[in-house]
Design a protein around this ligand. Sequence first.
Ligand code: ITT
Length: 202
Amino acid sequence: MKLLVATGNPGKRREIEALLRGLPVEVLSLVDLPDAPEVEEDGATLEENAAKKAAEMARFAACYAMADDSGLFVDALGGAPGVHSARYADGEPTPDNLCGKLLREMADVPDEERGAHFRCCIALAEPEGRVRLTAAGRCDGRITRRMLGDGGFGYDPVFYYPEAGCTFAEMAPEEKNAVSHRGRALREFRRRFADFVRCPSD
Ligand code: ITT
């Protein structure tokens, strides 16, 4: 079975490929499909965006496609930036701009109200575009008062993970993957996908 991993993010692609290793699939990426259309992530939920992206890419490439969408949900901001996480910054979506805006918005929020979580949703679509599998993962933490660490990407420098006693940006990539929303969603996806590859017509 051919499987297109529909992400433009090379770090994510490597992570997904490593996780699918050992399954009887030939993995393609958007690097193999330079003419692939940009899919607008304009859904109201992460689930909708992952499904839309997987379906459009599967139809375009005429093979199975998986896509994910993730975001940071901050309690004190009513769940913002959430599904809009990638577009939250006023300028370029660099860690400085994303984290800087979040810290400014939360300047007056007391310590006990700084809870937040990341969520990741994954969808697998068949070549005709029908979604056949989904998986999701969540990771709970808190928003710090300043940026700490220089690993990871996006909001990692302000996302404090209590069990590790530091931010995601201060953790090694494999430590973060072991507990992160995306790591959890990908492991659940792998379990479901392994059954699916054995019996795709069920
Ligand atoms: P695609 O090309 O696959 O769409 P993306 O960079 O848009 O990649 P996501 O949809 O997974 O990434 O996530 C949307 C935004 O949420 C992303 O730009 C980050 O700002 C933030 N985000 C998601 N996962 C994160 C993580 O593990 N650490 C920090 N920020 C994260």
